[in-house]
Design a protein around this ligand. Sequence first.
Ligand SMILES: [Zn+2]
Length: 273
Amino acid sequence: MKRQTGFTLVELVIVIAVLGILAGLAIPYFMEAREEAAKKECLANRTQIMRMFHAQQASNYNGTLVGFLAEVVKEPNDNKYFNFVPKCADNGTYSVSNEKVVCSIAEHNEANVSDDASVIDNITNDFQEFLDKYGAMIDQQLKDLGWWPTYASGVLVKTNDGFREAYYKEKGKWPSGVDLNGNTIYFKFHLTADGSFLTYANGNGDFKNSGDWGTNYIYDSAAKKWYYSPQGTNLGGISNSVDKGGKTEAQIIDKIKNEGWEEVTLTGNTFSK
Ligand SMILES: [Zn+2]
């Protein structure tokens, strides 16, 4: 009897079929893993660009994010900020939107910034990021020293005015929206007695000192609701900042509700009744 060596045709067909099935299972998995890795790398690079930009600003870089981005993604890499070119792994191109670096490949971006519901979240996150960046310094100085000034981002920071001025200088503008009368309105923050901040809005587009604490629109961040009053109020009269023993956000919200402020809706960046 002849001893069989190698595979029979049937065995070969079965082996090839099994390999085919395994490949069919594995390829989509690898594709997905590769896409996921590219997305993560893209996000990490964009985060690095933002961090480097903020770090440079803190040491007196005066350029815009648009200019900074153009410099760091230029090839070949000859910028002084990175020893590699922080670009998208899937060849997406970067641009600036809402003060952030975004990728032209939509799925690479964390959140859809034009999503209506997220507009106020983006604004308050932006305020919070700013507070996180300088907050420890502010907190330490104000708690220990009262009104003593400290220095951040090239401007004098003391209490609400200085802190808000620092934000305005760093960002170059306040986030804007449309008020009940169709006029442009600007979103701002006011530090409260517990060290957190209250978001409010008024019609002044530039930076002013304490004269800019007047508002007809106040945001309750706990309930995610806006309140409006045609008379309005001056936040300076309600709550000076942490060093002045003023009110917390919750106390301010209670106060304006008792005064009859009415609830209004912010859709995207536009107020309506
Ligand atoms: Zn990308």
